[in-house]
Design a protein around this ligand. Sequence first.
Ligand code: 1PW
Length: 215
Amino acid sequence: ITSETAARRCLREVLGAFRGCVTERREVLLEPYLRGWRGLIRFLHSLGAVFSFISRDAEAKVQLMEGYCRGERRERYVSLQAMVQYELASGVVDPHKRSGRADSGCRTVLRLHRALCWLQLFLEGLRTAGEDSRPSAICTDSYNASLAAFHPWVIRKAATVAFCALPPRGAFLEAMNVGSAEDAVAVLGEALPYIRDVYGITQELFAEHRLLDLP
Ligand code: 1PW
């Protein structure tokens, strides 16, 4: 399988997955959420080895969550809503404690959720910026406006260095492999509302249960 087909396949996967996340009752299904993340990570890999540092942590978190989705308590991890309810009721997470389990579903999803905010800003920037804009600059700005606040200095430094290796706009949109640059921009426009929706529901759910600061 060439990296081209891998990228094409994964982008379709990402779009389809985030679209399929939200149910009629506005629940966020974990399985397609993680499938969306898998696609994003694969797309990152197709951009080059510099990004493996960025994707490694997300990958580990996705893998941990996949374990819960397949494990003994899998019915508790069908949706984010079910997970929050279960982990709060069973004491796996406690919003009033300053320390907590590093492997809870809630704190793990919270990290992915924060990264999704960055992704959303980045893709939105990419979509609306002019032809001579640089993805590396857009990526750095979106990161600084979101995820960077949760990262220590070393990680911020390393992330910013990796972003410099992002290809220029034309090549980046081409790597998405959905046709011309205009086609790619259109695909971003189609996909973003779904990602935004998933982000918004998750944010509200975590805020409601005071889980936005889980250590
Ligand atoms: C173009 C597609 C972009 C999507 C990739 C998003 C991946 C974001 C991951 C950034 C990770 C930087 C290095 C890891 C930092 C962790 O310390 C941090 N994890 C995240 C996801 O922010 C916090 O996790 P921790 O240490 O509390 O378990």
